[in-house]
Design a protein around this ligand. Sequence first.
Ligand SMILES: Cc1cc2nc3c(=O)[nH]c(=O)nc-3n(C[C@H](O)[C@H](O)[C@H](O)COP(=O)(O)OP(=O)(O)OC[C@H]3O[C@@H](n4cnc5c(N)ncnc54)[C@H](O)[C@@H]3O)c2cc1C
Ligand SMILES: O=C(O)[C@@H]1CCCC=N1
Length: 389
Amino acid sequence: MSTAQDLYDCIVIGAGVQGSFTAYSLAKRGKKTLLLEQFILPHSRGSSHGQSRIIRKAYEEDFYVHMMDECYRLWKELEQEAGVSLYRQTGLLLMGPENSAYFSQTRETLLRSGTPTVSISQEDFSSHIPHMLLAPGDGAIVDVTAGVLFADRALKTAQDQFKKLGGVLRDQEKVEDITPGSVVTVTTASGSYRARSVVITVGAWANRVLASTGLQLPLEVIKINVCYWKEKTPGSYHVRNRFPCFLLTEGEEAQEHIYGLPSNEYPGLVKICFHNGSPTDPDQRDRQTDRSDVDILSRFVSRCVPGLEPEPAIVESCMYTMTPDRHFVLDVHPQHRNIVIGAGFSGHGFKFGPIVGQLLCELSLGEVPTFDLSPFRIRRFQGQSRSAL
Ligand SMILES: Cc1cc2nc3c(=O)[nH]c(=O)nc-3n(C[C@H](O)[C@H](O)[C@H](O)COP(=O)(O)OP(=O)(O)OC[C@H]3O[C@@H](n4cnc5c(N)ncnc54)[C@H](O)[C@@H]3O)c2cc1C
Ligand SMILES: O=C(O)[C@@H]1CCCC=N1
């Protein structure tokens, strides 16, 4: 049970990538910070586990590219500070119907931002990217600075640096209640903690935790089947063979994105996933057994990536927490300005961890955030967010 001297500057709830980087940013600013996590760490029941994530600037929207400019700098800073390697440059190959809105806008945004790129014509494609086929009518452009983040290692590094700076991390402490006020009280099964501000970064559990603050957001939790596909010739899709990350924006198989990463975490296996899934309860995700996405991927692999076996060798699970417009929620609670919310990362939030951490830290300290947060404000949902009371 906490005492008066245990008044924290901030309590961060949820030690996934966003909560861990928020806690780290707060500790770096000298703030007395408590990070609470419901599971024993490390765990694989949320959205931040696994060894790899794509980092890229290839986005349709300029605001993500601007955030990524700063975020690449923050990733490098953390690598240097901790003396670990967290990123490997592989490039990201973006493919999609040449005249589709997503492909052409993303290419425009990349070019406008001065990001190093290489455009690949239909004729030259096979000499640049052997073992993969470009569909007729599709364009191809490489975001050269993109690559792979070593996700598990990055998460642990942020948590370790937080603790080195004096931060307190308590796992196996599920937050059961939040009592708003000028000092916020956070209650777990083990006790109560008090803080001047609270940051809620609980991923797929956002609406469960927000319920005690009287807010519900229009979020949908979906289960993602994380598929790994075996190389027919060992090493052919390895990063050493210059196979890049890729993102197919739409095509014959599906309107949703399909993305892949070079073989890395499991020898001889390439991670290729469908950027969609079926709704799930975060505590019951193993009961969601829909595999229609795996069928879509099998068809894609046999048609476009013929050097891989068209049946997945490994299928793991992860979750996305989707907002209606696929943009994040980075905002203060509409009724309680010292309760800050980072939610709805919609399956593309990992790469932004360091900058999201900085922005949520700034919001919790009542500062003007260093980036314009209007795309991420709760008010954009208008009638879609509702009182839970
Ligand atoms: C298969 C897959 C592939 C992805 N690929 C990419 C990619 O290539 N690039 C990219 O940028 N992003 C990618 N993402 C998205 C990215 O991983 C997520 O956006 C990000 O991990 C979300 O982090 P989070 O901290 O919000 O959630 P989480 O990691 O789920 O963290 C929330 C934490 O809160 C804890 N918690 C919940 N409730 C409570 C409670 N009551 N008390 C205490 N703790 C609680 C949870 O246990 C959890 O640890 C991918 C996601 C998936 C699933
Ligand atoms: O965020 C990313 O880069 C990946 C790939 C595209 C779809 C979602 N996650």
